[in-house]
Design a protein around this ligand. Structure first.
Ligand code: CTP
Length: 429
């Protein structure tokens, strides 16, 4: 099983009710149900009558291993909505059509899905999907506002981008098939999973807190086409940023060049050089309750960034590049940290792992240091797994087993959350 689909927090063992309404985007919900199941959740699917015109209950049963539900008036249906509503940890309606939004905003109870919504007190995530002109209509916006502000439902999406043919053409919206100027397209399953994760994963240490994360490599220009960099992919920092958002934090991610997709819900600041990363961190660290320095910052940059490409003929056989040092971002921003703010650093070593990491804990005033050995298989750059040892103040180093980077980020945040809570108990803010 790919590392990203191994059962994980916060989905593992949780009960999810997936409501599917009548939109062409319903085909994506089959994938969503499958992925949630593979993440370890128990997924019950309720389809409206209109949903069944697009996708069959059997498709969901095949991926969840559970009977899909359709009928309020079946022998079991009458009691089912109350039972389901009470048992589930989260309800997600994806896709949510304009008609569903209207009925939910009114509190109708004329099908199994809407009735279950009235019977539950679990968080509700709604993922609209419709033609972009319909979505922009004041009536739809009013219904959404009622669900969001009046009932506390979480509205996830919609996104801009190509609409499915049926949405554009079928509702006679913006003209040609597939063109969309405004939002209307349902979020992709991977994005919806994260919104469900945030509804399930809220944690007192993180809700309403501000988290700053650095990630990825930096690139230090040597000439207009070449740079000095390193093999960091950004995976570790992106995983930490996403996990902190799922726990309820407001997250800013300062990222060097990375091919990864931006984490859902996270405020991205894309930078290239160590100096740019330094400036971005200096600007935001004063507001951060927790800062995680996961970036592999280049310690040196070419002293001179040439304006013209260096020609081989001119440079000759031996070319030396003079380097000068970059700022140490973590160390130089210690005084700018928010009072009581928690700082987590990384230490990438090739020898004397714990001793070297302990020096960084002190030198950079970190509360925790996540140390890993760059020479070990399955750890470090360009892989989805990591084996880390976590150092903290006043406790022996903790060597963790080989874990996915997602699991490592949860372990880091568990510990950072405890430090945050302890600080809060010392001096409530
Ligand atoms: N770091 C930083 N700014 C730098 C270098 C490192 O903020 N210019 C941060 C990293 O993000 C990491 C920690 O400091 O959290 C340690 O980084 P690492 O590369 O392991 O060590 P260095 O401090 O660069 O020391 P050395 O290269 O000598 O091991």
């Amino acid at each position: 099983m790919p590392a990203e689909l191994v059962p994980r927090r916060p989905w593992r063992g949780r009960r999810i009710l997936l409501g599917v309404t009548g939109s062409i985007a319903a085909y994506k919900s089959v994938q969503l149900a499958r992925d949630l199941t593979r993440l370890g959740a128990v997924v019950d699917v309720v389809l409206t009558e209109a949903a069944q015109k697009f996708v069959a209950p059997l498709s969901f049963e095949g991926v969840t291993g559970r009977r899909a539900l359709t009928d309020l008036f079946s022998a079991e249906g009458a009691a089912l909505h109350v039972k389901l509503g009470q048992e589930v940890d989260v309800v997600c309606v994806a896709p949510a059509t304009a008609d569903f939004l209207a009925r939910a905003a009114q509190g109708r109870a004329d099908d199994l899905l809407c009735t279950t919504l009235l019977a539950t007190r679990a968080p509700v995530v709604v993922c609209p999907a419709m033609n972009d002109r319909m979505f922009a209509h004041p009536q739809v916006q009013e219904n959404l506002a009622r669900l969001r502000d009046g009932l506390g439902y979480r509205i996830a999406g919609p996104a801009r981008g190509a609409l499915a043919a049926g949405e554009s053409a079928g509702h006679g919206g913006s003209g040609g098939v597939g063109d969309s100027e405004g939002p209307g397209r349902m979020l992709e399953p991977a994005g919806i999973e994260q919104h469900i994760g945030r509804a399930l994963g809220a944690e007192a240490a993180f809700v309403g807190r501000t988290v700053l994360v650095t990630a990825g490599p930096t690139r230090e220009a040597f000439d207009p086409v070449r740079y000095i960099g390193n093999r960091s992919s950004g995976r570790m920092g992106y995983a930490v940023a996403q996990a902190a958002w799922r726990r309820g934090a407001d997250v800013t991610l300062v990222s060097g060049p990375s091919s990864l997709e931006a984490p859902v819900g996270v405020h991205m600041l894309n930078v290239e050089t160590a100096e740019e990363m330094h400036a971005a961190v200096a600007q935001h660290i004063g507001a951060a309750d927790l800062t995680v320095f996961a970036a592999a910052v280049a310690d040196y940059r070419p002293s001179e960034a040439r304006l013209e490409k260096v020609k081989r003929r001119q440079a000759g056989d031996d070319l030396s590049v003079a380097l000068e040092s970059n700022p140490d971002i973590a160390e130089s921003t210690v005084r700018a940290r928010k009072p009581g703010g928690v700082a987590v650093g990384f230490a990438l070593e090739t020898s004397d792992l714990v001793a070297n990491a302990a020096k960084k804990l002190e030198a950079k005033s970190f509360d925790l240091v996540v140390a890993n050995d760059a020479t070990e298989a399955g750890a470090g750059f360009e892989v989805a797994t990591n084996r880390v040892t976590i150092l903290s103040r006043g406790a022996p180093p903790e060597a963790l087993p080989l874990l996915s980077k997602d699991e490592v980020s949860e372990e880091i945040l568990d510990r950072a959350g405890r430090v945050l809570q302890a600080r809060l108990a010392e001096s409530p803010r």
